[in-house]
Ligand binder design. Structure first.
Ligand SMILES: O=C(O)CCC(=O)C(=O)O
Ligand SMILES: [Fe+2]
Length: 273
């Protein structure tokens, strides 16, 4: 055996960088995600398939908007507003608030039999000792989340409000930030979520095309990764500071409800879209 093959064959994985599958989210899962003892927690059947189908049917007649096309290519569609499209000088652009009002009205017009955001927050926080709610910014409640569809997937990127917003995003300072997704519809193939054991480093900027939210895959070439294939109704939580991407979908729509979850100094879990 040459020393080269020895090096490649002794590639060691981090036993903590794994996907945990569980019947429900617990406080231990959230602690493990924040402290790096797991990479993602997947809860099958968080929402019954029939309810997912009902929401998908309601959304199929709805007009999705596109995330800012100069920043997000290939295109990602959204129903509802995401604050990432309303960043201005390190803070929230004034136009976010009226857009959020329109988004609330649009969600209201779907006349869903239940509030999926409230339901999703309750399941993330079912075992959490503190309050679970929607984050506030200068006295105003943020958006609860967005429905997203990315037929061509998401590029390799990370989400970290502490870096993206130099102003404090929520009233309560945050200790950690997780990403939550609930998959309402999944394609026959593709659409996997890939998470890398790598966090932003200044030298990564050389892999970010000017103005893009995403990085080229070179950025994570040496990093360990895990892949999550979700089924309809699955909930997924992960630390969004780890780089992640979504593969293109084939055969059928991939629609997910998504929001960020902040672990606040107040002991609260605070969601925002
Ligand atoms: O749709 C997914 O699986 C992940 C989307 C994403 O980038 C996020 O939730 O931050
Ligand atoms: Fe993300």
């Amino acid at each position: 055996m040459t020393s080269d093959s020895l090096i490649t064959s002794t590639y060691v994985r981090d036993p903590f960088f794994r996907v945990v599958t569980a019947p429900g989210f617990t406080r231990h899962h959230i602690a493990d995600l924040v402290s790096g003892r797991c990479a993602a927690v997947q809860v099958p059947n968080l929402l019954p398939g029939a309810v997912c189908g009902e929401i998908v049917r309601a959304l199929s007649g709805a007009d999705f908007d596109q995330y800012g096309a100069e920043r997000v290519q290939p295109a990602v569609m959204r129903f509802g507003v995401g604050v990432s499209d309303y960043r201005s000088d390190g803070g929230i652009a004034a136009e976010y608030w009226p857009a959020l009002e329109r988004s609330r009205a649009a969600w209201g017009s779907l006349s869903l039999p239940l509030d999926p955001w409230e339901m999703a927050r309750q399941s993330v926080g079912a075992d959490w000792p503190g309050r679970v709610g929607v984050g506030r910014h200068e006295g105003r409640e943020m958006g609860a989340g967005v429905a997203r569809e990315a037929p061509q997937g998401f590029l390799v990127h990370y989400d970290d409000s502490a870096r993206e917003f130099t102003d404090q995003l929520l009233e309560a300072p945050l200790l950690a930030q997780l990403a939550f997704n609930l998959y309402l519809s999944v394609p026959e193939s593709g659409g996997e979520t890939v998470i890398w054991r790598h966090r932003w480093h200044p030298r990564d900027e050389e892999f970010r095309p000017q103005g893009s939210y995403g990085f080229t895959s070179e950025c994570v070439r040496d990093a360990e990764s895990i892949e999550v294939r979700a089924a309809v109704g699955d909930g997924l939580l992960f630390d969004s500071r780890n780089y992640h991407a979504v593969k293109p979908s084939h055969g059928g729509r991939r629609i997910a409800l998504g929001f960020s979850v902040g672990v606040a100094v107040t002991g609260e879990l605070l969601a925002w879209g």
